[in-house]
Design a binder for this molecule. Structure first.
Ligand SMILES: Nc1ncnc2c1ncn2[C@@H]1O[C@H](COP(=O)(O)OP(=O)(O)O)[C@@H](O)[C@H]1O
Ligand SMILES: [Mg+2]
Length: 325
C-alpha cells in the first residue's frame, strides 16, 4: 500500500447536528483503488460521514479533500462522487435503460455511447439484456445491481455505498458482496462502504474503520481488527469474543484461541457446562469462577468430555484491557 496514492482525506472533520448529535474529529485517509468500510452499530455516525463526503451535509469543522483538493464547498453534483443508498431509488415509471441513461443524457453523452456503456455495465453487474424491463419487474437484489450500475456509469472517482445490501436476504447479500468486490477490482475504483454487519465488512474491505458513538475507535485491515482489537468496543463488536474478568483487567480471548486440557492443570481451572456439536467442530462452554468461557474444540477431544468434567484452559492469543486506564 506504501506507493499508493491517497485519494480521499478527512482531516479532523466534525459534523454536529443542532441537537448535538453527530460525529467528531474524524481523520481518515483512503487510498486509490481501496474499499474502506465504516463499521459500527446503528446511530454511531456512519451515514453522517458518508453524507458529508457526498456533499449532502455541510461539515461543522475540518476538511475533506479528494486528490488533494478541498471539496467541502462543492454541491454533490460537482463532486467526483456517486452515492448508492439502502433503498434503490430507481424511477419506477422508467425502464432500466431510461434509469441508466438519465445521468449520461444530462451530461450530453452521445446516444450511441450511452447505449454501448449501458450494454457493458449490465454485463458487468450480471444483468445483461434487461434494458426494457421496469424496476417493479426486478427483485430487490437485481434493483440494487441496477442502482450500482447507474452510479458506476457516471465514472465517479469515489463510490459511496450506504448499507446497499441490508434490505436483501442473507444469501443474496453474500452474492452481492462477491460481485461488488469483483467489479471494484475490475474497475479499480475507490469505494467507501457503510455497514453495521461485521461479517460483511470483514469479507469486503481492504480496511475497516470501526466507529463508536460518533468517533473512530480503530482503523485497520480486517486481520488487524480481528487479531488486535484496540478497545473493548472493537473486541466485542467484531467476531466472537470471551471477556474474562480478573481484578481490574478484562481479558479478551476468542473461542478458537482457548486450548482445553482435560483434568486439573496449570491453566485456568473450570468445569464443562455445555457441549454443542456444530458440524466440523464443537463449542464447549466452561464455567470459570463467575465467567462462562466459550471454546472451540475438535470432535475428537469433545468425545472424551462430558458436562461437569474438570478442565484446564490455556489462553492463546488474547488482549488484556485495564478497566481503570
Ligand atoms: N438530521 C439529523 N438531525 C439530528 N440528528 C441526526 C440527524 N441524522 C442523524 N442524527 C443523529 O446522529 C447520530 C448519527 O446518525 P447516523 O449517521 O445516521 O448513524 P448510522 O448511519 O451509523 O446509523 C445519531 O445519534 C442520529 O440520531
Ligand atoms: Mg446509517
Amino acid at each position: 500500500m506504501n506507493e499508493k496514492k491517497v485519494m480521499l482525506e478527512l482531516e479532523d472533520m466534525t459534523k454536529k447536528y443542532s441537537n448535538g448529535d453527530g460525529v467528531e474529529h474524524i481523520s481518515l485517509d483512503v487510498y486509490e483503488g481501496e474499499i474502506v468500510t465504516l463499521l459500527g452499530p446503528s446511530g454511531c455516525g456512519k451515514s453522517t460521514i458518508l453524507r458529508t463526503i457526498g456533499g449532502f451535509l455541510d461539515v461543522t469543522s475540518g476538511d475533506i479533500r479528494i486528490n488533494g483538493r478541498s471539496i467541502i464547498s462543492l454541491p454533490p453534483e460537482k463532486r467526483p462522487t456517486a452515492m448508492v443508498f439502502q433503498s434503490y431509488n430507481l424511477w419506477p415509471h422508467m425502464t432500466i435503460y431510461e434509469n441508466l441513461a438519465y445521468g449520461l443524457k444530462l451530461r450530453k453523452t452521445p446516444s450511441a455511447v450511452i447505449k454501448e456503456n449501458i450494454t457493458d455495465i449490465l454485463q458487468m453487474v450480471s444483468m445483461p439484456g434487461c434494458e426494457k424491463k421496469y424496476p417493479g419487474q426486478l427483485s430487490g437484489g437485481q434493483q440494487q445491481r441496477i442502482a450500482i450500475a447507474r452510479s458506476l456509469l457516471l465514472k465517479p472517482a469515489l463510490l459511496l455505498l450506504d448499507e446497499p445490501f441490508s434490505a436483501l436476504d442473507a444469501k443474496i447479500r453474500q452474492q452481492m458482496r462477491e460481485e461488488l468486490k469483483k467489479i471494484q477490482q475490475d474497475l479499480g475504483i475507490t469505494v467507501v462502504f457503510v455497514t453495521h454487519d461485521q461479517e460483511e465488512a470483514m469479507a469486503l474491505s481492504h480496511r475497516i474503520v470501526v466507529m463508536n458513538k460518533g468517533h473512530i475507535d480503530q482503523i485497520g485491515t480486517p486481520a488487524d481488527i480481528y487479531d488486535y482489537p484496540e478497545t473493548l468496543h472493537v473486541a466485542s463488536f467484531i467476531g466472537e469474543m470471551n471477556f474474562i474478568t480478573q481484578g481490574n483487567n478484562t481479558i479478551a480471548v476468542r473461542p478458537e484461541d482457548v486450548t482445553v486440557i482435560p483434568g486439573e492443570g496449570s491453566g485456568l481451572s473450570g468445569e464443562v457446562r455445555t457441549i454443542m456439536l456444530l458440524g466440523h467442530y464443537v463449542v464447549l462452554t466452561v464455567q470459570y469462577g463467575d465467567n462462562v468461557i466459550k471454546c472451540n474444540i475438535n470432535r475428537e477431544l469433545s468425545e472424551t468430555l462430558k458436562v461437569g468434567d474438570k478442565v484446564s484452559l490455556v489462553l492463546g492469543k488474547h488482549t488484556v484491557f485495564n478497566r481503570t486506564a
